[in-house]
Write a protein that binds this ligand. Structure first.
Ligand SMILES: *Cc1c(COP(=O)(O)O)cnc(C)c1O
Length: 368
């Protein structure tokens, strides 16, 4: 039996995608091979990566002066590649600087990694309230090479309602947990990146969308595999790309297109999130700690409203366990913050959200 999987990542994939991948497992497109067995430079694989890129360009609306790269190393490697490519100095030269907004644990990690290569200017933080809101961002400091934000914060469940104004300073966003969840004006950004395993496909592939003029500025000591210009020049085939992941992303994008693309998904995602937040607003057992204007439509976190920490923990543990027994799995919050989290990415059907709310209502009635 398929469960409703609320995992934050790797996360649920659309059933039609899994079924198609299963049907094509031993013979894809009449080649007599699995995609896993294909040479990445063969005429069998090239149409697959080309189709995935074309769909990504179409569905996100990527202008022609941006490159699309399929890389490895997760979103976390981008925490290093971004400063290395856009701001690191030649050996012996003075350090450059960049702006970061600290809206969560991944945002903090990104800034920490960057601080190995550049001076980090923190242009806002919500650490004072455990990252439960998006702070009013300060403008970049003069000379900053770029301005980095995390558009959707997966762990606490916040989202920038609108990206900050950064003037001529290139804006960069980690969109790992919200890519294609709603329309995004890419022309506002110089670079966006996403680990696939949240909203796009399996773990192992990272999508980078980068404006062409930002490439080719790496210091001479940069390792080749960390250079955007090399990956762009080689069409993501400087070395073997994550072929199977790229294929599955292509299938997910085809499915997304059938769902009405970013516009269609935004409507559905909004409906799912509204249902869950509305329930939490009225609940006397659970509540959301996230400030309303900052609430994510992808990761909905909630806690027991009980003031007693022991009773709270006990109830949350029982909730997660009993939910799992009902086929509603992976509802525990991130290990660093506790509580509960329902990740309701594109592939989570509205029926899953309704089943979760029904279970919460029953649980609440019984607890009271
Ligand atoms: C999951 C996640 C990451 C880390 O991704 P990896 O692919 O595991 O490196 C970074 N940023 C955000 C917003 C995430 O959700």
């Amino acid at each position: 039996m398929r469960v409703y999987n609320f995992s934050s990542g790797p996360s649920t994939l659309p059933l039609p995608v899994l079924e198609r991948a299963a049907a094509e497992m031993t013979d894809t497109n009449g080649t007599g091979q699995s995609v896993m067995e294909m040479s990445h430079r063969s005429g069998d694989f090239l149409p697959i990566i080309e189709k995935t890129e074309a769909l990504l360009r179409e569905l996100i609306g990527i202008p022609p002066n941006y490159k699309v790269l399929f890389l490895q190393g997760g979103a976390s490697l981008q925490f290093s590649m971004i400063p290395l490519n856009l701001a690191a100095a030649e050996a012996g030269a003075p350090k450059k600087s960049a702006s970061y907004v600290e809206t969560g644990i991944f945002a903090k990690k990104a800034a920490e990694e960057a601080s190995r290569y550049v001076d980090v200017h923190t242009r806002g933080s919500s650490k004072d309230k455990d990252y439960t809101y998006i702070p009013a961002p300060l403008p970049p400091e003069p000379g900053d090479a770029y301005y980095h934000i995390t558009l959707n914060n997966t762990i606490v469940g916040t989202r920038w309602a609108a990206p900050p104004e950064t003037g001529s300073v290139p804006l960069i966003a980690d969109i790992s947990s919200c890519i294609l969840s709603e329309p995004l004006d890419i022309s506002r950004f110089a670079l966006v990146y996403a680990g696939a395993q949240k909203n796009l496909g399996p773990a192992g592939t990272t999508v980078v969308v980068i404006r062409e003029d930002l490439m080719g500025k790496t210091p001479s000591w940069t390792p080749t595999m960390f250079r955007y210009d090399i990956h762009a020049r080689e069409g993501s085939m400087y070395n073997t790309p994550p072929c199977y992941g790229i294929y599955i992303i292509g299938l997910v994008l085809e499915w997304l297109k059938g769902m009405g693309g970013a516009v269609g998904l935004a409507e559905l995602n909004r409906e799912k999130a509204d249902l869950l937040y509305a329930y939490l607003e009225n609940s006397t057992l659970f509540c959301s700690r996230v400030e309303k204007p900052s609430r994510s439509i992808m990761n909905v976190t909630f806690v027991s409203s009980d003031a007693d920490p022991d009773r709270r923990k006990d109830m949350e543990k029982r909730f997660v366990k009993e939910a799992a027994a009902q086929g509603l799995v992976n509802l525990a919050g991130h290990r660093l913050v506790g509580g509960m989290r329902a990740s309701i990415y594109n592939a989570m059907p509205i029926e899953g959200v309704k089943a979760l709310i029904q279970f919460m209502e029953k649980f609440e009635k019984r607890e009271k």
